[in-house]
Design a protein around this ligand. Structure first.
Ligand code: HEM
Ligand code: HEM
Ligand SMILES: [Fe+2]
Length: 473
């Protein structure tokens, strides 16, 4: 991975830029996990780093780093596939590289401010320079504006390359249309109102319409592209499913937004709308899952030597993605999406269980797969085989996240029973539930499984740096 950018095997500058994005993504992923570990320790030893690096700060950096590393890996994936899907070098690549450095410098400044300055007074200046206070997208406003400029450059590059390209594939058509929605939604999280309901109302446009609509379609395009690259999947088949997914995900994802409007002071009709449409959301996830397995069995299985998997680790991660997306978003999401259930589960550790498994299953997995695809291209390898490190990485990371999910689900269950159902969800009820052994044991297990995840990450890091070098000639 380190030598991958200089590698003369990459003929397209666009793909070199992709590798630059992947590197930063990987580092931020590591930082995310470290912050997760700090906040998990603080659950068990509340005094840990108290007054120096509080839970609120560690948690904030944990989830912001999560969003940012994923966006980096997503931009990297687009730069990786652009030349393959259009047949030409990316238009405006120099500008694209400049944007990369500007973005990375801005991210570095924002992170340093998060870590060293942490908080500010409740004034406009804090929103501009320290923290905007919107969960997951807390970057201060100056950075917000910078991000918009950088994303506009990125979008221009993608769009111009698509228009100028030698071919216009269905995958790229979906990508170009979807990216416009994805980037545009960011604007909904930028303005400030001091009415908390109004603020939340718009904030959910970014987070929900990202992860349950535009990001899902985005990874659909990645999966389609990757399956073509890795197992020579038939373009007509993957593209047909891609279009069906676009239709279904947008339909259910947009109105499914209602499941965040149950208790924030919006009109009650959201109960019905949210319940119905968000309950439909898992349908496209099932379709996606069946499609991957079906394609594989029907089209590739019979090809023999020719149908060989060209990138073992990427294929393993993309398969994990199909399962993980369905489990984390589909099943764990459906569990608590009906208002009858959500009134008890809202904001418990159950939500955190779903949040972890969904973000991991639907996004982390496939983006790691794309990094392996990038490595293979960077070193010009016909075939990339899984190493011992690749296997340790995927097993430990997946096991770790699943373990954390189970622990958090148990904690959430206890909260629902004791804090919500039995004690009526008051202030004291919260603390009673937090002090019970079920909660404490679950939090210990979450930390243990978090450490397992982190060890898996170290294997991943080493593997990405070394795998291709070892397999050269
Ligand atoms: C990959 C897709 C998804 C991701 C990454 C994701 C992630 C998340 C996260 C992080 C939260 C917590 C938000 C917060 O901080 O308040 C959340 C909440 C929620 N998600 Fe998802 N989700 C996904 C898909 C779904 C689906 C398909 C459903 C329903 C079938 C669903 C149902 C819910 C509900 C009901 C809540 C609110 C929980 C509460 O009231 O506390 N999610 N999701
Ligand atoms: C070393 C492993 C990890 C540990 C120890 C860890 C720990 C934590 C902790 C303690 C919180 C705060 C929960 C709370 O406020 O009650 C949190 C939140 C969160 N983490 Fe992690 N985490 C880890 C890895 C991950 C991974 C791999 C992902 C996704 C790919 C992730 C996504 C999230 C999300 C979305 C939230 C917000 C959940 C919500 O508010 O509902 N974490 N994590
Ligand atoms: Fe949602």
């Amino acid at each position: 991975m380190l030598a991958s950018i200089k590698s003369n095997k990459l003929t397209y500058e666009s793909q070199k830029l992709a590798m630059m994005y992947f590197r930063v993504a990987l580092i931020l992923f590591g930082a995310q996990l470290l912050m997760g570990l700090i906040s998990a320790i603080q659950f068990i030893y509340p005094d840990f780093l108290y007054g120096i690096f509080d839970f609120s700060v560690a948690r904030m950096v944990h989830i912001n780093a999560l969003v940012v590393w994923m966006l980096y890996a997503m931009i990297g994936s687009v730069y990786l596939m652009l030349p393959d899907e259009t047949g030409i070098e990316t238009v405006g690549i120099k500008l694209g590289k400049l944007a990369f450095w500007v973005l990375t410098a801005a991210v570095a400044v924002v992170v340093l401010v998060y870590i060293f300055i942490q908080i500010g007074p409740g004034k406009e200046s804090t929103i501009w320079f320290i923290n905007e206070g919107r969960e997951y997208i807390e970057a201060p406003r100056w950075a917000d504006i910078g991000i918009v400029v950088v994303v506009l450059i990125f979008y221009f590059n993608v769009f111009a390359t698509y228009i100028k390209g030698k071919k216009r594939t269905g995958i790229m058509t979906v990508m170009v249309a979807n990216l416009m929605a994805l980037a545009g939604l960011y604007l909904a999280g930028m303005f400030f109102t001091d009415n908390i309901s109004v603020d939340q109302y718009w904030w959910w446009w970014v987070i929900h319409l990202w992860v349950e609509a535009t990001w899902e379609v985005f990874v659909g395009t990645l999966a389609a592209y990757a399956l073509i690259q890795i197992i020579d999947a038939k373009r007509e088949i993957v593209e047909m499913w891609l279009w069906i997914e676009v239709l279904m995900l947008f339909a259910s994802g947009i109105l499914g937004l209602g499941h965040h409007y149950f208790w924030i002071g919006t009109p009650e009709y959201w109960w019905e709308i949210g319940a119905l449409f968000s309950a439909l959301e898992p349908v496209p996830l099932v379709a996606m899952f069946v499609h991957v397995i079906y394609d594989w069995g029907k089209e590739q299985g019979k090809k023999g030597e020719e149908g060989v998997i060209k990138n073992g680790p990427a294929m393993a991660w993309i398969t994990t993605n199909a399962f993980g997306n369905f489990l984390g978003a589909g099943i764990w999401g459906f569990f608590h999406t009906l208002p009858q259930v959500n009134i008890y589960t809202h904001g418990t550790q159950f939500t955190a269980a779903h949040g972890h498994l969904a973000f991991f299953g639907a996004y982390a997995t496939i983006l790691i797969g794309m990094m392996y695809l990038g490595i293979q291209k960077a070193y010009g390898l016909e075939r990339l085989k899984a190493t011992f490190n690749s296997k340790m990485a995927i097993v430990l990371i997946t096991l770790g996240v699943l373990g954390m999910t189970v622990a958090l689900t148990i904690a959430g269950y206890e909260q629902v029973l004791v804090e919500r159902a039995e004690l009526g969800a008051g202030w004291d009820a919260f603390f009673v539930a937090q002090a019970l052994p079920w909660m404490k044991q679950a939090m210990t297990w979450r930390l243990i499984m978090g450490v397992v995840t982190f060890i898996g990450f170290i294997y991943l890091f080493i593997d990405l740096l070394t795998i291709a070098k070892k397999q050269q000639n």
